[in-house]
Design a binder for this molecule. Structure first.
Ligand code: APR
Length: 318
């Protein structure tokens, strides 16, 4: 029985962290592809040389040839430009569409049986384009956004309440833009509603709502907050960890329930677009979408978020 094979398309900031995490967690052998000569080879050599220190067994290969991604189980795509301060994710659509087109053609030709996780932005548009060009089933082309957006929401809640992030559960749905939908009603600390805990803390319903609204706002703008600080690029540790959680569930067939950018065919009232929803990820990719009823306010936010996704995707004229 051979090891699993993970290919990373894009060897930049996120690609490097992805490769290191794959190795540290022994998820399988890893290939990193990039168009820049020497970059993927150098990064993979650098990581491989500490296998004895970090105690991992994995073959790591950097390449400029798509042939090397053949027989991949999972492909994670980060090829594309990141944003700079003042830019929205949507501003990247023109340049990253061209990059995604060539990447998807490479995946289609050399890794036709793989499950593809897209990270490149603007996410909802890039995953749509990737699926269109590869022609893979929708269940095998998905996007990473919700795991990270939810993790950010969880972090802010844990800091506010002074509890471990491990005991906070919360999720965001919708597109990976400023209209994403953090689900306040289901945010909990080991099942105890976060709103109830905030009301206990402040002894004031209005103040509790104000604090929650501020956390929702910060979650929506969290990517931009990092960009404004870094000035030269966007978040990279956190998107990498988030995509690895998805890849691990697929490679180990764990069937974790993770907010995933999935193609919807009627679920949550959306038809024919990729949108973030809770999905069961296993060896077949998206194995189930877990649908539930949104209340009127959540549905309104979801509709607004989906309208933004539609506007962006339709502008690509696929
Ligand atoms: N094929 C493969 N790789 C490419 C191509 C291409 N056609 N064009 C560019 N790349 C590579 C670049 O050479 C670079 O190494 O993509 C890599 C991108 O890395 P970074 O610029 O460091 O960007 P990163 O921070 O990793 O983000 C990548 O993910 O979260 C999104 O918004 C982010 O779209 C961005 C992407």
């Amino acid at each position: 029985m051979g090891r699993k094979k993970i290919s990373l398309i894009g060897g930049g900031q996120i690609g490097g962290v992805l490769a290191q995490l794959c190795a540290l967690r022994e998820l399988g052998d890893v290939v990193m592809f990039d168009i820049v000569e020497g970059l993927p080879q150098g990064k993979m050599l650098d990581i491989a040389e500490v296998g004895s220190v970090d105690r991992f067994d994995a073959c790591l290969k950097g390449t400029n040839s798509y042939e090397d991604i053949k027989d991949s189980d999972v492909v994670i795509v980060t090829a594309g430009l990141p944003r700079k301060p003042g830019m929205s994710r949507d501003d990247l659509i023109e340049v990253n569409s061209k990059i995604m087109t060539s990447v998807a053609e490479g995946i289609k030709a050399y890794a036709p049986n793989s499950i593809v996780i897209v990270i490149s932005n603007p996410l909802d548009a890039m995953v749509t384009l990737c699926q269109k060009i590869t022609g893979f089933p929708y269940s095998r082309v998905i996007g990473q956004a919700g795991v990270l957006d939810s993790a950010r929401f969880i972090t802010f809640i844990a800091w506010e309440l002074g509890v471990s992030v491990k005991d906070v559960n919360a999720m965001t749905l919708g597109g990976h833009g400023d209209d994403m939908v953090p689900l306040v009603r289901y945010a909990s600390v080991n099942g105890i509603p976060v709103m109830e805990l905030l009301e206990n803390k402040y002894k004031d319903k209005a103040k509790a709502k104000e604090v929650m609204d501020a956390m929702v706002k910060r979650t929506r703008g969290a990517g931009g907050e990092v960009v404004a600080l870094l000035k030269t690029g966007s978040a990279f540790y956190s998107p990498a960890s988030s995509a690895i959680a998805m890849a691990e569930s697929i490679l180990k067939d764990s069937k974790r329930v993770l907010p995933t950018c999935c193609f919807l065919q009627g679920e949550f009232g959306v038809n024919g677009y990729y949108v973030g929803v809770p999905a069961v990820l296993g060896e077949k990719g998206v194995e189930q979408i877990l649908e539930f009823k949104l209340d009127a306010e959540e549905q309104e936010m979801m509709d607004k978020s989906v309208a933004a996704v539609k506007g962006l995707v339709d502008s690509m004229k696929l």
